[in-house]
Ligand binder design. Structure first.
Ligand SMILES: Cc1ncc(COP(=O)(O)O)c(C=O)c1O
Length: 404
């Protein structure tokens, strides 16, 4: 695997002089392919267990399957309204009010998108002008680097403290006249950090003081452990009209391939997001939007069970990783363990290649979550069946050097 890092601008296509590519640089040259998705390709090539990419290897709830099949049978096969089917927007407004404590008018303030990936890109394109700065806590989900590059933003990476909490002085120093937005992700990928009300209030105050928009990716909102509580920064006083809250059906309902997500924001922000969304995609898949209404009708017990299931998986992987020589902590939320690999005597990329080729387990090199650094880390997901995780842990124990 070539050493790549999203947003670092290290890869340029090899071209001979005189070709179109040599004389016409593109914004696509300023970032590299996703390392996470590349690890999935490597896992397939080596027939390895894929603990790299965060998608379940178990089925979604049967209610969703039935609803999706019925939607196709009912001929819901044409474009939905560009910003989302009305019944889905209405169901989302209800859910967000009860779970997140926020009010959104489904007619003017909700946009259904092709996953939260599109919601993030459309939001950034909607509010960023080239040269604007965007504050990004580091480590970060690797998409945010290219998202910034594509939208023309200059990312200002702010390192999280060692325990992944907010370092207030560093945050204050990161804001300037050029700051237009921050990108927050809670519960966090890759660290598992669930930001506290105190931390979010501090960030909210900075956003208000500097007239900055918070774009918050909350797709793991239902996957939290040990009594940690998910809080939406958009629910804090003064943040109603300066927050874009991004969510998705991908993780909560185990349907990452359906590509249905959403952006929630006040009408003026939504107006811009919808325009970008319309010309990027026209809309998310219509029959699956119908099925997502069924997802939102699942009982409250569904969400409790989801967290319990993931807690068990978290313990299996944590114990397995520890036994195999990885230094790690239990995450507070989301479904990843971000390990320290110091004892293996290899860089993140070397160890990731070694694991996939010799042990048959794929993980993600830590450097793909940093603009510089991260070579001492690997990320593993536990969004897999228990038996998949148990087998992966067995394989990891066989890795040379894991007990040095
Ligand atoms: C933090 C974060 N945001 C967004 C995504 C992509 O989500 P979606 O499938 O909704 O596009 C992922 C996927 O792993 C993620 O971890």
């Amino acid at each position: 695997m070539q050493r790549k890092s999203a947003g670092k601008g290290k890869t340029m296509p090899a071209q001979s002089p005189g070709t179109f590519f040599a004389t016409h640089p593109s914004r696509a040259d300023t970032f590299s392919e996703s390392v996470i998705r590349e690890m999935t390709r490597l896992a397939l090539k080596h027939d390895a267990i894929n603990l790299a990419q965060g998608f379940p290897d178990f089925p979604c709830p049967p209610e969703l399957k039935t609803a999706a099949c019925e939607a196709v049978k009912d001929d819901i096969n044409q474009y939905a309204i560009t910003w989302g089917a009305k019944d889905l927007r209405e169901a989302l407004a209800k859910r967000v009010k009860t779970f997140n404590g926020m009010d959104f008018n489904p007619e003017e303030e909700i946009t259904v998108t092709c996953g939260s990936t599109e919601a993030m890109m459309a939001s950034m394109l909607a509010i960023i002008q080239p040269g604007d700065e965007v504050v990004v806590p580091e480590p970060f989900y690797e998409n945010y680097g290219p998202d910034a590059q594509i939208s023309g933003a200059t990312p200002r990476f702010v390192p999280l403290a060692d325990n992944f909490s907010i370092d207030e002085e560093k945050w204050k120093a990161a804001f300037s006249k050029k700051t237009r937005a921050i990108i927050l992700n809670t519960p966090n990928n890759p660290t598992g950090k669930v930001f506290t009300k105190k931390e979010l209030s501090f960030i909210a105050d900075l956003c208000i003081e500097h007239n900055v928009v918070a774009i918050t990716d909350e797709i793991y909102e239902h996957i939290v452990y040990d009594g940690h509580k998910h809080i939406s920064i958009g629910s804090l006083p003064g943040m109603e009209d300066r927050t874009i809250t991004i969510g998705s059906f991908s993780k909560t309902y185990s349907v990452t391939g359906w590509r249905v997500g959403y952006a929630l924001a006040d009408a003026s922000l939504t107006d811009r997001i919808r325009k970008i969304h319309d010309f990027l995609t026209v809309g998310a898949p219509a029959p699956l939007q119908r099925a997502c209404v069924a997802a939102l009708e699942l009982p409250e017990s569904y969400y409790k069970e989801l967290a319990v299931e993931y807690d068990r998986k978290r313990q299996i992987l944590y114990k397995g990783l520890k036994k195999a020589g990885f230094a790690c902590e239990l995450p507070e939320g989301a479904y990843y363990i971000f390990t320290d690999i110091g004892s293996f005597g290899m860089s993140d990329t070397e160890l990731a290649c070694h694991l996939v080729e010799t042990a048959g387990v794929a993980a993600v090199p830590g450097s793909s979550f940093y603009h510089t650094g991260g070579e001492t880390k690997l990320r593993f997901t536990f969004s897999k069946k228990d038996e998949t995780l148990i087998e992966a842990c067995k394989r990891l124990e066989t890795v040379d050097g894991s007990h040095t």
